[in-house]
Design a protein around this ligand. Sequence first.
Ligand code: HAM
Length: 422
Amino acid sequence: MSKETLQAVRGMNDILPEEAELWLWFEEVVRDWLHGYGYRNIRMPLVEPTALFKRAIGEVTDIVEKEMYSFEDSLNGDHLTLRPEGTASCVRAVLQHNLLYNAPQRLYYSGQMFRHERPQKGRYRQFHQVGVEALGFGGPDIDAEQIIMCARLWRKLGLRDVTLQLNTLGDSASRQRHRDKLIAYFEQHKEVLDADATRRLHSNPLRILDSKNPAMQDIIAGAPKLMDELEEDAIKHFEELQAILKRHDIAFEINPRLVRGLDYYNRTVFEWVTTRLGAQGTICAGGRYDGLVEQIGGKPAPAMGFAMGVERLLALVQEDGMIAPKPEVDVYVVHQGELAGQMASSVAEQLRDEKLRVLLHCGGGSFKSQMKKADGSGARIALVIGDDEAQANEVSIKPMQGGDQVRVSVQNLIATINQIIK
Ligand code: HAM
């Protein structure tokens, strides 16, 4: 009886070798770029206590209300969640290990995140982020640095048509005032609110501004503006950030409706967007979160960060026709006979000691069929070892791009290969 073929979980993708080459290339570019700005790598677990995300992201957010993979560990009853984002875990790790004790920290992480969303192009249930967090920095200079560094990465990746949306959310007092005014305003227009907005009216009225419901756009447009409540310090911070960006020729659009879907933000928020990926056009997003460190139990410390969606970025890279180079093979080792087989595997090991990239033929077959494989591998050289060669402790070298086959002793092998390759 044939068994049913098992499939991956919906919205969680395999990355097959052809595509993985693009990922490897991307990861290298990203690492160089981050190191160029002094960011250091940090790696956190994929699973955290559920309470961490509730506290950091906010109880009344889409992520916490309906997108988290949460479960009870049946072995000990702990409430756990697959991380939906990295900022909360990063701050938790920094506090747990006291990293802010001596100096501010510039940190980055990358890896899988999990959100139970409805899968579509650019929106997955398992996706990858590269996240960047600067903890202990309060000024607009670090906000600007992070935005400038994004622009550099887009240039490195050859991305076109990516634009920057910018906003400020002010500080907690102004946000509270704005929130009170919003509730009062929307209460006057209750009859226009949809079910989502009504539910959020008292818990998270700011999110109503984010609604795409066409029937609510008029009252949203007339809602009290946070800009009118901002304190002088927050305005100054925002103006200084804009001045630095202008000095660096970074174009931006101020979007007063940009509020973000996580509760920890204050002051600067930004998103890099493209119109070339359909509905899921935000490739990178972040902002300042000066209250989060204290909220997670640390001494107050300002912070600023962002994360980019790797699937979306790579989709854009591919739109522009980028194909990552295949990993190269230097030598393909062809062999036949028992003694030849033993010699082939030890010669292959010696070549790898010399940093050569070697494919040792496995699975037998005629010399002819093995040479076909050597040809298809793209190797620059094939080594041929038959019983004859093995008896004499010699190897035949065949340059794959033309040239005569030569036979050399094992002692002279590496020197001869180097001559051919260089
Ligand atoms: P976020 O806006 O939720 O922010 O996610 C950042 C980016 O991750 C998005 O702009 C998008 O490119 C990608 N992304 C999010 N959800 C999905 C999904 N379901 N499928 C594919 N890609 C997705 C954060 O996560 C914050 N932690 C960013 C941050 C860091 N703020 C401060 N520091």
